[in-house]
Design a protein. Structure first.
Length: 130
């Protein structure tokens, strides 16, 4: 059995299309200027529906991390570092940090986005040490 695959919706399709092009994009509200993640029908700051995806710097730092030793399901290779990454854009994302030993992933580690192909239609944003 393989790992679960995200199912893009009309709301998230631009995010996944950008990821396939190795670009990280984030929702940004035209009404109040808030950048947020994950995409929602309305801005979580002002409830406006007038938002669009904008490019992200793709850089940030690890806010919190845990090392997962027991696979949450089929298709996951363990151990892996699961982290909350505070992006320089002002939002946080939950993602894997790869490209180094899991014990090297610590709070405050500077990271940058990287992309890994999961299936022919889905590319996932991961983070690697900057």
């Amino acid at each position: 059995m393989s790992r679960p695959v995200p199912q893009p919706t009309s709301l998230s399709r631009p995010f996944w299309d950008a990821a396939a092009e190795r670009r990280l994009v984030l929702p940004h509200c035209a009404a109040c200027g808030l950048t947020f993640f994950a995409p929602e029908p309305a801005c979580p700051g002002c409830r406006s529906r007038h938002w669009a995806y904008v490019p992200s710097t793709g850089t940030g730092k690890v806010y919190a991390v845990t090392v997962v030793h027991r696979a949450p399901g089929p298709g996951f290779e363990v151990p892996f570092a699961l982290a909350i990454v505070d992006l320089d854009d002002g939002v946080s994302m939950l993602s894997h940090v790869v490209g180094c030993p899991v014990d090297d992933v610590v709070i405050g580690l500077r990271v940058r986005v990287d992309f890994r192909l999961l299936t022919a239609g889905i590319t996932l944003p991961y983070f690697v040490p900057a």
